[in-house]
Design a protein around this ligand. Structure first.
Ligand SMILES: Nc1nc2c(ncn2[C@@H]2O[C@H](COP(=O)(O)OP(=O)(O)OP(=O)(O)O)[C@@H](O)[C@H]2O)c(=O)[nH]1
Ligand SMILES: [Mg+2]
Length: 281
Protein backbone atom coordinates (compact mmCIF):
# COMPACT_ATOMS: atom_id res chain seq x y z
CA UNK A 1 0.00 0.00 0.00
CA UNK A 2 1.26 3.43 -0.87
CA UNK A 3 -0.01 5.01 2.35
CA UNK A 4 -0.46 4.14 6.01
CA UNK A 5 -3.81 2.84 7.20
CA UNK A 6 -5.04 4.44 10.40
CA UNK A 7 -8.48 4.94 11.89
CA UNK A 8 -8.99 6.11 15.44
CA UNK A 9 -11.85 8.63 15.50
CA UNK A 10 -12.89 10.47 18.67
CA UNK A 11 -15.75 8.14 19.48
CA UNK A 12 -13.32 5.25 19.91
CA UNK A 13 -11.24 7.12 22.49
CA UNK A 14 -14.49 8.03 24.24
CA UNK A 15 -15.65 4.41 24.11
CA UNK A 16 -12.39 3.14 25.62
CA UNK A 17 -12.81 5.68 28.45
CA UNK A 18 -16.41 4.56 28.99
CA UNK A 19 -15.35 0.93 29.00
CA UNK A 20 -12.87 1.77 31.73
CA UNK A 21 -15.68 3.34 33.78
CA UNK A 22 -18.19 0.55 33.18
CA UNK A 23 -15.82 -2.34 33.72
CA UNK A 24 -16.31 -2.10 37.51
CA UNK A 25 -20.04 -2.76 37.12
CA UNK A 26 -19.54 -5.84 34.97
CA UNK A 27 -19.33 -9.45 36.09
CA UNK A 28 -17.56 -10.53 32.94
CA UNK A 29 -17.00 -9.67 29.29
CA UNK A 30 -17.81 -11.10 25.90
CA UNK A 31 -14.89 -10.32 23.62
CA UNK A 32 -16.13 -10.71 20.06
CA UNK A 33 -13.39 -11.59 17.56
CA UNK A 34 -13.64 -12.17 13.83
CA UNK A 35 -13.00 -15.88 13.21
CA UNK A 36 -11.09 -14.95 10.03
CA UNK A 37 -8.58 -12.97 12.13
CA UNK A 38 -8.83 -14.33 15.69
CA UNK A 39 -5.52 -12.79 16.73
CA UNK A 40 -5.45 -9.69 14.56
CA UNK A 41 -8.83 -8.69 16.03
CA UNK A 42 -7.39 -8.64 19.55
CA UNK A 43 -7.06 -4.98 20.52
CA UNK A 44 -4.04 -4.18 22.73
CA UNK A 45 -5.92 -1.14 24.11
CA UNK A 46 -8.80 -3.35 25.26
CA UNK A 47 -6.40 -5.75 26.98
CA UNK A 48 -5.11 -2.87 29.13
CA UNK A 49 -8.64 -2.20 30.38
CA UNK A 50 -10.16 -5.63 30.88
CA UNK A 51 -7.38 -7.96 31.92
CA UNK A 52 -8.67 -8.58 35.48
CA UNK A 53 -12.24 -9.61 34.55
CA UNK A 54 -13.39 -13.05 33.37
CA UNK A 55 -13.61 -13.01 29.58
CA UNK A 56 -15.52 -15.18 27.14
CA UNK A 57 -13.76 -15.00 23.77
CA UNK A 58 -16.21 -15.53 20.91
CA UNK A 59 -14.86 -16.25 17.43
CA UNK A 60 -17.85 -15.00 15.46
CA UNK A 61 -18.52 -15.23 11.70
CA UNK A 62 -17.17 -18.78 11.75
CA UNK A 63 -19.36 -19.41 8.70
CA UNK A 64 -16.85 -17.28 6.74
CA UNK A 65 -13.66 -18.79 8.18
CA UNK A 66 -11.74 -21.98 7.42
CA UNK A 67 -13.32 -24.54 9.83
CA UNK A 68 -10.16 -26.48 10.64
CA UNK A 69 -8.25 -23.27 11.33
CA UNK A 70 -11.06 -22.04 13.57
CA UNK A 71 -10.83 -25.28 15.50
CA UNK A 72 -7.05 -24.86 15.79
CA UNK A 73 -7.41 -21.28 17.05
CA UNK A 74 -10.00 -22.36 19.63
CA UNK A 75 -7.54 -25.00 20.87
CA UNK A 76 -4.72 -22.45 20.93
CA UNK A 77 -6.80 -20.03 23.00
CA UNK A 78 -7.81 -22.85 25.35
CA UNK A 79 -4.18 -23.80 25.84
CA UNK A 80 -3.55 -20.19 26.86
CA UNK A 81 -6.19 -20.69 29.57
CA UNK A 82 -8.86 -18.66 27.79
CA UNK A 83 -12.56 -19.47 27.78
CA UNK A 84 -13.44 -19.52 24.09
CA UNK A 85 -16.01 -20.70 21.57
CA UNK A 86 -16.72 -20.23 17.88
CA UNK A 87 -20.15 -19.31 16.55
CA UNK A 88 -22.14 -17.84 13.72
CA UNK A 89 -24.33 -15.23 15.37
CA UNK A 90 -27.27 -15.85 13.04
CA UNK A 91 -27.26 -19.62 13.62
CA UNK A 92 -30.02 -21.02 15.80
CA UNK A 93 -27.59 -22.42 18.39
CA UNK A 94 -25.76 -19.13 19.04
CA UNK A 95 -27.74 -18.12 22.12
CA UNK A 96 -27.52 -21.56 23.74
CA UNK A 97 -23.78 -21.83 23.11
CA UNK A 98 -23.08 -18.42 24.62
CA UNK A 99 -25.44 -18.90 27.58
CA UNK A 100 -23.82 -22.23 28.48
CA UNK A 101 -20.32 -20.79 28.21
CA UNK A 102 -21.31 -17.78 30.34
CA UNK A 103 -22.80 -20.06 32.99
CA UNK A 104 -19.50 -21.94 33.12
CA UNK A 105 -17.48 -18.73 33.24
CA UNK A 106 -19.66 -17.36 36.07
CA UNK A 107 -20.14 -20.68 37.89
CA UNK A 108 -18.59 -19.47 41.15
CA UNK A 109 -20.67 -16.28 41.24
CA UNK A 110 -23.83 -18.19 40.37
CA UNK A 111 -23.16 -20.63 43.22
CA UNK A 112 -22.46 -17.81 45.70
CA UNK A 113 -25.69 -16.05 44.75
CA UNK A 114 -27.59 -19.29 45.19
CA UNK A 115 -26.15 -19.82 48.66
CA UNK A 116 -27.02 -16.28 49.66
CA UNK A 117 -30.44 -16.60 48.04
CA UNK A 118 -29.69 -13.57 45.88
CA UNK A 119 -31.45 -13.22 42.54
CA UNK A 120 -29.37 -11.00 40.33
CA UNK A 121 -28.81 -10.17 36.68
CA UNK A 122 -25.29 -10.53 35.46
CA UNK A 123 -23.90 -7.46 33.76
CA UNK A 124 -21.73 -8.21 30.78
CA UNK A 125 -19.83 -5.85 28.53
CA UNK A 126 -19.61 -6.85 24.86
CA UNK A 127 -16.41 -5.59 23.28
CA UNK A 128 -14.32 -5.97 20.14
CA UNK A 129 -13.03 -4.22 17.05
CA UNK A 130 -15.64 -2.79 14.65
CA UNK A 131 -17.94 -5.04 12.62
CA UNK A 132 -17.20 -8.34 14.40
CA UNK A 133 -20.89 -8.86 15.21
CA UNK A 134 -21.21 -7.51 18.77
CA UNK A 135 -24.66 -6.01 18.23
CA UNK A 136 -25.77 -9.08 16.25
CA UNK A 137 -24.78 -11.33 19.14
CA UNK A 138 -26.74 -9.16 21.57
CA UNK A 139 -29.79 -9.43 19.31
CA UNK A 140 -29.31 -13.20 19.12
CA UNK A 141 -29.17 -13.36 22.92
CA UNK A 142 -32.32 -11.20 23.17
CA UNK A 143 -34.05 -13.17 20.38
CA UNK A 144 -35.05 -9.83 18.87
CA UNK A 145 -33.48 -6.80 17.20
CA UNK A 146 -32.73 -4.59 20.20
CA UNK A 147 -29.62 -3.01 18.71
CA UNK A 148 -28.81 -1.65 15.27
CA UNK A 149 -26.48 -3.78 13.17
CA UNK A 150 -24.96 -3.13 9.77
CA UNK A 151 -22.55 -4.43 7.22
CA UNK A 152 -19.86 -1.77 7.75
CA UNK A 153 -17.47 -0.66 10.46
CA UNK A 154 -18.68 1.82 13.05
CA UNK A 155 -22.43 1.17 13.12
CA UNK A 156 -22.80 1.35 16.91
CA UNK A 157 -21.93 4.89 17.97
CA UNK A 158 -22.57 4.81 21.72
CA UNK A 159 -22.79 2.32 24.56
CA UNK A 160 -26.20 0.85 25.36
CA UNK A 161 -27.41 -1.54 28.09
CA UNK A 162 -29.70 -4.28 26.76
CA UNK A 163 -31.58 -6.71 29.01
CA UNK A 164 -31.57 -9.89 26.95
CA UNK A 165 -33.30 -12.28 29.37
CA UNK A 166 -33.82 -12.85 33.08
CA UNK A 167 -30.13 -13.70 33.57
CA UNK A 168 -28.11 -11.25 31.55
CA UNK A 169 -27.90 -7.53 30.87
CA UNK A 170 -25.43 -6.83 28.08
CA UNK A 171 -23.62 -3.60 27.34
CA UNK A 172 -23.25 -3.03 23.62
CA UNK A 173 -20.17 -0.95 22.83
CA UNK A 174 -18.98 0.71 19.63
CA UNK A 175 -16.13 -1.18 17.98
CA UNK A 176 -12.75 0.16 19.01
CA UNK A 177 -9.34 0.09 17.39
CA UNK A 178 -6.08 1.59 18.58
CA UNK A 179 -4.34 4.86 17.78
CA UNK A 180 -1.65 3.56 15.43
CA UNK A 181 -1.03 0.37 13.46
CA UNK A 182 2.67 -0.40 13.66
CA UNK A 183 2.07 -3.48 11.57
CA UNK A 184 0.46 -2.49 8.27
CA UNK A 185 -0.06 -6.13 7.36
CA UNK A 186 -2.33 -6.41 10.37
CA UNK A 187 -4.11 -3.21 9.34
CA UNK A 188 -4.70 -4.73 5.90
CA UNK A 189 -6.34 -7.81 7.44
CA UNK A 190 -8.64 -5.60 9.52
CA UNK A 191 -9.47 -3.67 6.36
CA UNK A 192 -10.17 -6.82 4.31
CA UNK A 193 -12.72 -8.14 6.82
CA UNK A 194 -14.40 -4.72 7.10
CA UNK A 195 -13.25 -3.61 10.54
CA UNK A 196 -11.86 -0.34 9.21
CA UNK A 197 -14.26 2.13 7.68
CA UNK A 198 -14.07 1.93 3.87
CA UNK A 199 -14.21 5.74 3.62
CA UNK A 200 -10.71 6.04 5.10
CA UNK A 201 -9.27 3.39 2.79
CA UNK A 202 -8.10 3.47 -0.80
CA UNK A 203 -10.53 0.84 -2.02
CA UNK A 204 -8.92 0.54 -5.48
CA UNK A 205 -5.58 -0.29 -3.94
CA UNK A 206 -7.08 -2.47 -1.21
CA UNK A 207 -8.89 -4.65 -3.74
CA UNK A 208 -5.65 -5.19 -5.64
CA UNK A 209 -3.70 -6.01 -2.44
CA UNK A 210 -6.39 -8.49 -1.41
CA UNK A 211 -6.34 -10.27 -4.77
CA UNK A 212 -2.54 -10.39 -4.72
CA UNK A 213 -2.71 -12.02 -1.29
CA UNK A 214 -5.34 -14.51 -2.46
CA UNK A 215 -3.45 -15.39 -5.65
CA UNK A 216 -0.35 -16.15 -3.56
CA UNK A 217 -2.11 -18.00 -0.73
CA UNK A 218 -5.33 -19.41 -2.17
CA UNK A 219 -4.64 -19.98 -5.85
CA UNK A 220 -7.22 -22.76 -6.23
CA UNK A 221 -10.04 -20.74 -4.69
CA UNK A 222 -9.16 -17.79 -6.94
CA UNK A 223 -9.16 -20.01 -10.03
CA UNK A 224 -12.48 -21.62 -9.20
CA UNK A 225 -14.13 -18.22 -8.82
CA UNK A 226 -12.40 -16.08 -11.45
CA UNK A 227 -10.96 -18.66 -13.81
CA UNK A 228 -7.43 -19.78 -14.59
CA UNK A 229 -4.60 -17.29 -15.09
CA UNK A 230 -1.06 -17.14 -16.42
CA UNK A 231 1.15 -18.06 -13.43
CA UNK A 232 4.14 -16.23 -14.92
CA UNK A 233 2.32 -12.96 -15.46
CA UNK A 234 2.73 -9.89 -13.21
CA UNK A 235 0.08 -9.51 -10.49
CA UNK A 236 -1.26 -6.33 -12.04
CA UNK A 237 -1.79 -8.09 -15.37
CA UNK A 238 -3.58 -11.01 -13.71
CA UNK A 239 -5.67 -8.51 -11.78
CA UNK A 240 -6.55 -6.53 -14.90
CA UNK A 241 -7.63 -9.75 -16.59
CA UNK A 242 -9.91 -10.62 -13.66
CA UNK A 243 -11.33 -7.09 -13.74
CA UNK A 244 -12.13 -7.44 -17.42
CA UNK A 245 -13.73 -10.85 -16.94
CA UNK A 246 -15.90 -9.43 -14.19
CA UNK A 247 -16.85 -6.44 -16.33
CA UNK A 248 -15.23 -3.78 -14.16
CA UNK A 249 -14.67 -1.57 -17.17
CA UNK A 250 -15.35 2.10 -17.81
CA UNK A 251 -17.05 3.39 -20.93
CA UNK A 252 -13.77 4.03 -22.79
CA UNK A 253 -12.59 0.49 -22.13
CA UNK A 254 -10.34 1.39 -19.20
CA UNK A 255 -10.50 -0.65 -16.03
CA UNK A 256 -12.74 0.72 -13.29
CA UNK A 257 -10.43 0.06 -10.35
CA UNK A 258 -12.76 1.55 -7.77
CA UNK A 259 -15.66 -0.67 -8.75
CA UNK A 260 -13.28 -3.63 -9.04
CA UNK A 261 -11.93 -2.98 -5.54
CA UNK A 262 -15.44 -2.84 -4.14
CA UNK A 263 -16.46 -5.96 -6.05
CA UNK A 264 -13.52 -8.14 -5.03
CA UNK A 265 -13.70 -6.96 -1.41
CA UNK A 266 -17.39 -7.75 -1.36
CA UNK A 267 -16.75 -11.21 -2.81
CA UNK A 268 -14.25 -11.88 -0.04
CA UNK A 269 -16.29 -10.38 2.80
CA UNK A 270 -19.38 -12.36 1.92
CA UNK A 271 -17.46 -15.63 1.58
CA UNK A 272 -18.04 -16.01 -2.16
CA UNK A 273 -14.35 -16.77 -2.75
CA UNK A 274 -14.33 -19.37 0.01
CA UNK A 275 -13.97 -19.85 3.74
CA UNK A 276 -10.68 -18.09 4.27
CA UNK A 277 -8.85 -17.42 7.53
CA UNK A 278 -6.26 -14.66 7.19
CA UNK A 279 -4.36 -15.16 10.45
CA UNK A 280 -1.73 -17.88 10.42
CA UNK A 281 -1.94 -20.67 12.92
N1 LIG B 1 -21.57 -14.04 7.84
C1 LIG B 1 -21.81 -13.57 9.06
N2 LIG B 1 -22.15 -12.28 9.21
C2 LIG B 1 -22.37 -11.82 10.46
C3 LIG B 1 -22.26 -12.65 11.61
N3 LIG B 1 -22.55 -11.91 12.70
C4 LIG B 1 -22.80 -10.66 12.25
N4 LIG B 1 -22.71 -10.61 10.91
C5 LIG B 1 -22.89 -9.42 10.05
O1 LIG B 1 -21.79 -8.56 10.26
C6 LIG B 1 -22.17 -7.19 10.14
C7 LIG B 1 -21.75 -6.44 11.40
O2 LIG B 1 -22.53 -6.85 12.48
P1 LIG B 1 -22.78 -5.92 13.74
O3 LIG B 1 -23.49 -6.74 14.76
O4 LIG B 1 -23.36 -4.61 13.35
O5 LIG B 1 -21.26 -5.71 14.21
P2 LIG B 1 -20.72 -4.82 15.43
O6 LIG B 1 -19.58 -5.57 16.01
O7 LIG B 1 -21.82 -4.46 16.34
O8 LIG B 1 -20.15 -3.57 14.62
P3 LIG B 1 -19.85 -2.05 15.19
O9 LIG B 1 -21.04 -1.60 15.94
O10 LIG B 1 -19.61 -1.29 13.93
O11 LIG B 1 -18.61 -2.17 16.00
C8 LIG B 1 -23.68 -7.22 9.92
O12 LIG B 1 -23.90 -7.08 8.54
C9 LIG B 1 -24.10 -8.58 10.41
O13 LIG B 1 -25.25 -9.07 9.76
C10 LIG B 1 -21.92 -14.03 11.41
O14 LIG B 1 -21.78 -14.83 12.34
N5 LIG B 1 -21.70 -14.42 10.11
MG1 LIG C 1 -22.53 -2.66 16.88
Amino acid sequence: MGYKINWFPGHMKKTLDEMQKNIKLCDCLIYVLDARIPESSLNPKIDEIVSHKPILYVLNKSDLANPSKTKAFVQKFEKQGKKVLSITSSASNAKALISTALAELLAEKIEKNKQKNVVKNFKIMVIGVPNTGKSSIINAMASKAKTVTGNKAGVTKSTQWVKVDSNFVLLDTPGTLWPRFDDQNLALKLAYVGSIKDDVLDISELGFELMKYLIINHENLVISRYGDFDKDAEFIDIYDEFCRRRGFILRGGEIDYLRAGRGFLDDFRTGRIGKITLDEI
